[in-house]
Structures are given as structure tokens and as C-alpha cells.
Design a protein around this ligand. Structure first.
Ligand code: ZN
Length: 414
């Protein structure tokens, strides 16, 4: 089964990439963002105003292209009585298709999140940033690691861990120097500890309060015992943040590496975050490989064979995978071949002559490899996981395994 959320997100990302490759010769590509509550007739009347203004454009070609795009938009709008719940985005314009030619193209998208503001934008490329922003995981967690000597304040934003602040103390060690009374020494030490916790609380609160509160999910605190417990019970954080402490975890390090150590311990607490799911798949894949259990498969051909046999439990696809699967047929005999090429090479690719009769071969079908493999996976009830490049193991899937891997249900020797 396709994980539909992940698949939709992936498709959305690909669509934006495709749109970002499109350019106009001049300032003539129009992006129209219509939120749900915007009246379509208002949009139409604004477009007619833009149409009037476009007559002032000096370049004849640009003028024609802009007015042509606006006319096309106006006729599209007649088919939309009301923008859908998340609004609608229409891209329209004379796209440069090379060889000194342009082509009037229109793309309509329903964004995955509600549009906030109406936008009419005319430029040499389409305006994509409002949509691109929707791709980013915005959920944010505070990560704080501390002991009595050192503290690091961090944020987990989507899939990234960022160190925001690092503090050290001059809290004396437990051994007092000669000449000091024990009682006095302990008192000074407690004051120094309290001062340091206060400093940490201020620094951390400052960082966490700066996060948009609707995206801020809470704070995890790591450190040795009893430091983190002392810090929590002493309520050193701003009260709004103190309320959002989600858990305490034992970690050994309190520098930046402690943030990563803490993150690795969160496991169950963050089950529903994409990066945690993706990490789990990659860990499982690597474990099967390292232990040589025969339950991990990689490489396009091996994975495809396993998929077709129904032996794949989870198909791992890097979301950086950009390849096409071609079907190539001989014009003379019945020879048919399959070939995978990089998407970039797509336009210039010329098939070799037929290996059987030497005649010319031609491409009869070209499919995105992700779609090709997903289709086989669906038929075999195989789970599909899209793995992003944003974390170390995810990056490895692309760089070391060509972006395609599989966790198998049983050993196949392939
Ligand atoms: Zn042939």
C-alpha cells in the first residue's frame, strides 16, 4: 500500500520542481493564488484591470503573451464558481520551450494547506515559494541538554537539529579547596548551580519563545541525574515553556552531540514525525545488511526482481530519485528492451540500434521510475517509504545505494 500522505507530498514536491524549470522569455508568466474566501468575480475584475495595464507593456511579444495569459486565466475562472477549501493556484503563461518557441501552458493546483493571501504575480518564472513553504515540516521541538558545567539549547525543526545556544558554568567541583569551611563551600556551590540553571532557563526560554507557538510542540530535556530533574523541578524555564516539558532523558553529553543523543532517545515520543519513521526504516535496512540476513536488497534490478516476486515488505525510495524507465522497441523486428536513464538526460537520449537485427530502436514509453516501481509495489501489497535526503542514513540511500532499497519479507538470494 502506498503511504498516501507521503506519496502525495512526494508528488507535490515533484510538481513544484517541474514548475520551477519553466521560464518565460520576458516577464510574462502569471501565478494566481486564490484563497478559499476570495470571491471569484473579484479576481476576474482584478484580472481585467491587469489586462488593461498590460497594454502599456512596450515589448510587443511580451504584451501579447501577458494579455493572452490573462485571457486564458479569465476563461479558466469561469469554470471555478468558488475556490476549494484550501484555495486554488493557477499558473499560466507562454513557457519557453526552446528552438525560439513558446507554448501557452496552464497548470491548476489545489494546495495541501490553506492559502492565506491572494496573489497576482507576473514574472519570468512562476511564483512557487508559498507552495514550497508548505512542504517544510514546521513542527518544532525544543531539545535541551545540561549538567552543572555545560548546557546546549537546540531545536528540532522538521528533520533538522539546530544548536541555538551553548553555555558553560564556573560551578566548582564537589571537592573544596583547603581553608574553606565545608558549610560555606556547599552554600557557594549551590548558589553557583542555581545561577547556572537560571542562566540556562533564560537562554532556553528566549530561544523557544521565539518559535511560532502553534508549531512549538514542547521541550525534551536530557542530562545526567539528578541535574535534569533539579532543573525541571526548579521551574527555571519561562512558565509557558515549563508547561510544555514533554519528558526527561538520560544522556551522557551536554554539548551539541548531546542534542543528537537526546534525539535518538526520543523514539516513541516522536513516533508520528516523518523523520523518525524514515530513520526506523533505514536503521532496519542497514541492520539487515550488516548482519547479512539476506533480508535487505538494493540496486534497481535486484529490487525490481524482488518486487515482482512479491518478496518486498517495504520499498525504500529516495525522494531525490530522478530517473525514467524507458521501453524501447525495434522498428524492424519484435525486439523490445527496457532501460533506465537519468531524467536530466531524457531529452537528448537516443537509443542504440537493435541488438538483434541492427535496425533503429525508438522509445515507445517513458515512465518515472518512482511510478513504475510504486505500481509493482501496489500490486504486491508492498509498503512504500519515501526517504528524504535530510538525515545521514537517508542521504546514504541515495549516495551509496542509488536511491532504491528494499526490506524483504523472506530471503530470496537476489
Ligand atoms: Zn530489431
Amino acid at each position: 500500500m502506498v503511504e498516501s500522505e507521503a506519496h502525495k507530498k512526494y508528488e507535490f514536491k515533484r510538481t513544484l520542481e517541474a514548475l520551477s524549470d519553466k521560464h518565460g522569455r520576458g516577464t510574462e508568466l502569471i501565478s494566481l493564488y486564490i484563497p478559499h474566501d476570495k470571491q471569484i468575480h473579484e479576481v476576474s475584475s482584478q484580472l481585467r484591470e491587469e489586462f488593461g495595464q498590460a497594454s502599456n507593456i512596450k515589448s510587443r511579444v511580451t504584451r501579447q503573451n501577458v494579455t493572452g495569459a490573462i485571457e486564458s486565466l479569465l476563461s479558466r475562472l469561469k469554470l471555478i464558481p468558488k475556490a476549494p477549501v484550501n484555495g486554488v493556484v493557477i499558473f499560466c503563461g507562454a513557457v519557453d520551450i526552446g528552438a525560439n518557441k513558446t507554448d501557452m501552458q496552464t497548470f491548476i493546483m489545489e494546495p495541501p494547506e490553506p492559502l492565506v493571501s491572494y496573489k497576482y504575480h507576473c514574472d519570468s518564472s512562476f511564483l512557487l515559494t508559498p507552495l514550497e513553504d508548505m512542504l517544510h515540516e514546521k513542527r518544532t521541538y525544543g531539545l535541551l541538554v545540561l549538567d552543572r558545567r555545560e548546557a546546549t539549547v537546540g531545536l528540532l525543526i522538521g528533520k533538522h537539529i539546530e544548536e541555538m545556544s551553548h553555555l558553560t558554568s564556573n560551578v566548582p567541583g564537589k571537592q573544596r579547596k583547603g581553608g574553606q569551611s565545608s558549610h560555606r563551600f556547599q552554600q557557594l556551590r549551590l548558589i553557583a548551580i542555581n545561577d547556572f540553571y537560571t542562566k540556562i532557563g533564560v537562554a532556553a526560554s528566549e530561544v523557544y519563545l521565539a518559535v511560532d507557538m502553534k508549531d512549538f510542540m514542547g521541550v525534551f530535556i536530557g542530562g545526567p541525574s539528578p541535574t535534569k530533574e533539579e532543573f525541571e523541578s526548579g521551574a527555571y524555564l519561562h512558565h509557558e515553556i515549563q508547561k510544555k516539558i514533554l519528558g526527561l532523558f538520560d544522556v551522557a553529553y551536554t554539548d551539541e552531540s548531546g542534542l543528537h543523543e537526546l534525539f535518538d532517545k526520543l523514539g516513541d515520543a516522536l513516533q508520528d514525525l516523518d523523520v523518525v519513521k524514515e530513520k526506523k526504516y533505514m536503521e532496519r535496512f542497514m541492520k539487515e545488511l550488516v548482519n547479512d540476513t539476506g533480508l535487505a536488497s538494493y540496486g534497481e534490478d535486484q529490487v525490481r526482481k524482488n518486487l515482482e516476486m512479491g518478496s518486498v515488505d517495504t520499498l525504500l525510495l529516495s525522494d531525490e530519485l530522478r530517473k525514467l524507465r524507458l521501453t524501447i522497441k525495434c522498428g524492424n523486428c519484435t525486439n523490445e528492451e527496457k532501460k533506465t536513464i537519468l531524467k536530466k538526460a531524457g531529452e537528448e537520449y537516443q537509443p542504440l540500434n537493435c541488438s538483434k537485427c541492427g535496425s533503429g530502436m525508438k522509445i515507445v514509453e517513458s515512465v518515472d521510475i518512482v511510478e513504475e516501481l510504486s505500481t509493482i509495489a501496489d500490486q504486491m501489497s508492498t509498503n512504500i517509504a519515501f526517504i528524504s535526503n535530510d538525515f545521514e542514513e537517508g542521504n546514504q540511500l541515495m549516495s551509496a545505494f542509488g536511491g532504491i532499497g528494499a526490506i524483504l519479507r523472506f530471503k530470496t538470494g537476489i
